[in-house]
Unconditional design. Structure first.
Length: 333
């Protein structure tokens, strides 16, 4: 009897709740929200020298630079010129170069020939910019660090180049500067630039013979992120496809600067719905990984192309390194 009363009471409560629910009037509500947009300037933090000096040195005689000496340079930029990126984003650097020749001086394209006998006052000058990978906030103002690095620059290592002529020339090449850290320059965020080239040896040069180069730099945020090339990745047997929801072993063969090592490599797939990737336990540095196909195996399933597998690691020099391989996930049995 007591049990029945409890059941009856519960039923009455439920009926009351339902009744109350039925008495709530139905209604529709409308609301609006307005978002207003406006341009907010984001300042890039980049330092570039306002000016620099160069000398004409036709025979490449020793030239004193601080406590150091440079030999063999026939157009000598007399002190290190350094670009520094302290911005929160990596930056792509481009440059437009325009030369001006003093009275009696001719600026030739870097590939042009001097006049017969090299007796005319002719110059072949080139703008060059170089990665300065080891320069950071700790040494960016240390001449004893900068000058030897600057003197050691080689023409063949220039990331940007442009002939200095009386016509405006866009520099060729690619130069990306790493983002700053806590508002400070870090390794990979700096670049040297200079003028280099040739001068006609037998011309009667005088101190009144001059030339100049105006360099207009442009900096743009670099969307792909900053990293250094790490080497190459290959699939087992050179395969470019992972078939039938199977697996493929991929191996990174690192190619790093002398003395640089990476303790551990990590892997990532650009499309994990098609291909996943995981480093194998052996070797311990993670240079070998397994790629697994996640595409259905039903007949007629479309291929998934252009899946990028990336291996990344931080070098002992503090720089990020990465390598990629592009694979195809195929679902056809």
């Amino acid at each position: 009897m007591k049990s029945m009363n409890l059941k009856r009471f519960a039923s009455m409560v439920l009926a009351s709740v339902m009744a109350l629910a039925l008495t709530v009037p139905a209604f529709a509500a409308a609301a609006t929200s307005t978002i207003t947009g406006n341009y907010a300037e984001i300042t890039l933090s980049v330092t570039v020298p306002d000016s620099g000096e160069a000398v004409i040195n036709p025979y490449g005689l020793p030239y004193k630079m601080g406590d150091f000496s440079v030999t063999g340079q026939k157009i000598v930029t007399t002190a290190p010129l350094l670009i520094q990126n302290k911005s929160t984003a990596p930056l792509s650097v481009s440059a437009k170069v325009t030369g001006t020749a003093g009275t009696g001086v001719t600026l030739l394209a870097n590939t042009g020939n001097f006049a017969s006998g090299e007796t005319a006052k002719e110059l072949k000058v080139q703008f060059q910019a170089f990665e300065a990978l080891t320069v950071n906030a700790d040494n960016a103002s240390d001449k004893d660090t900068l000058i030897p690095l600057f003197i050691a620059l080689k023409d063949s290592d220039a990331a940007l180049t442009a002939d200095v002529t009386t016509s405006a020339v866009d520099a060729a090449g690619t130069l990306v500067l790493r983002e700053g850290k806590d508002g400070e320059l870090q390794n990979g965020g700096a670049a040297f630039f200079r003028l280099a080239g040739e001068a006609a040896k037998k011309a009667t040069w005088a101190e009144t013979d001059t030339f100049s180069a105006k360099i207009a730099f442009t900096f743009e945020p670099y969307a792909n992120g900053y990293s250094r090339p790490a080497g190459s990745i290959a699939g087992a047997g050179g395969a470019a496809a992972v078939n039938n929801a199977g697996t493929l072993e991929v191996t990174l063969t690192p190619s790093l600067p002398t003395g640089v090592t990476v303790a551990t490599w990590t892997w990532q797939s650009s499309d994990e719905s098609a291909l996943t990737v995981e480093a194998k336990a052996t070797p311990a540095d993670g240079t070998v990984a397994t790629v697994t196909n996640k595409v259905a195996t039903a007949s007629g399933t479309a291929h998934v192309t252009g899946v990028v597998i990336t291996a990344t690691g931080t070098g002992s020099d503090g720089l990020p390194y990465s390598a990629t391989i592009t694979l195809q996930a195929t679902g056809n049995p």
